[in-house]
Write a protein that binds this ligand. Structure first.
Ligand code: HEM
Length: 185
């Protein structure tokens, strides 16, 4: 498998970014929803700490992934796709890249607004982004919470499109993002 993408398939670095970020999102949603069921106490604070640490790792990966995306373009979409399908695919990908940046950054700002530091697994602490403010906490909480559902909707669309390519269109769009696919160079 080559490092770089080709015209027909993703290279191992793009696939690695895709599936590690996917695992990050699974963990963030899992822990995020679980946090909502916990009473205020040490267990909740531990889970919030974990959620924040994973979120910042996803943010860092998203930055590297975007840089890699610019210097190593993605494979072409299949020729037969209609213009609105292409527009939809690109729009959803842009929205997902936006989500990888906006979700962690809004969480980081929310934490600082509530006067909590953002530490990544206790290895280091990020600088404070904004001054403590009750109003900012409320606004950022509403934004982060609403966007979590919007992004989940976009992910569902993305997965549905990937499955449609595989089972209905029967093209290689799904398999070329899979580890060890037969499209690998
Ligand atoms: C079960 C879950 C998922 C499946 C089956 C899946 C599948 C795929 C496939 C097949 C592609 C390649 C599309 C193409 O060849 O043009 C792709 C691309 C992409 N996926 Fe996913 N995906 C999943 C989850 C996610 C998640 C959670 C995110 C981010 C939050 C994500 C973000 C992206 C992005 C940004 C691209 C575009 C890559 C590029 O720049 O070309 N995916 N996905």
């Amino acid at each position: 498998m080559s490092l770089r993408n080709t015209y027909t398939s993703y290279g191992w670095l793009a696939k690695g970014f895709h599936w590690v970020v996917f695992l990050g999102f699974v963990a963030l949603y899992g822990i995020g929803f679980y946090m909502g069921t916990l009473p205020v106490g040490p267990d909740l604070f531990a889970k919030i700490g974990l959620h924040k640490s994973i979120g910042i790792i996803v943010l860092a990966l998203a930055v590297f992934r975007l840089v890699w995306r610019f210097i190593n373009p993605s494979p072409d979409l299949p020729e037969g796709m209609k213009w609105y399908e292409r527009l939809g695919a690109h729009g959803v990908h842009i929205a997902l890249y936006g989500a990888m940046l906006i979700m962690p950054i809004s969480g980081w700002a929310m934490s600082n607004a509530a006067n909590f530091p953002v530490s990544v697994f206790g290895w280091f602490t990020l600088p404070n982004m904004i001054e403590p403010s009750k109003a900012a906490v409320e606004n950022l909480k509403a934004f982060h919470g609403t966007m979590a559902w919007v992004v989940l909707g976009v992910i569902v669309l993305h997965v549905a499109a990937a499955l449609k390519h595989h089972f209905i269109n029967k093209d290689n769009v799904f398999s070329r993002m899979m580890p060890f696919s037969k499209e690998d160079a």
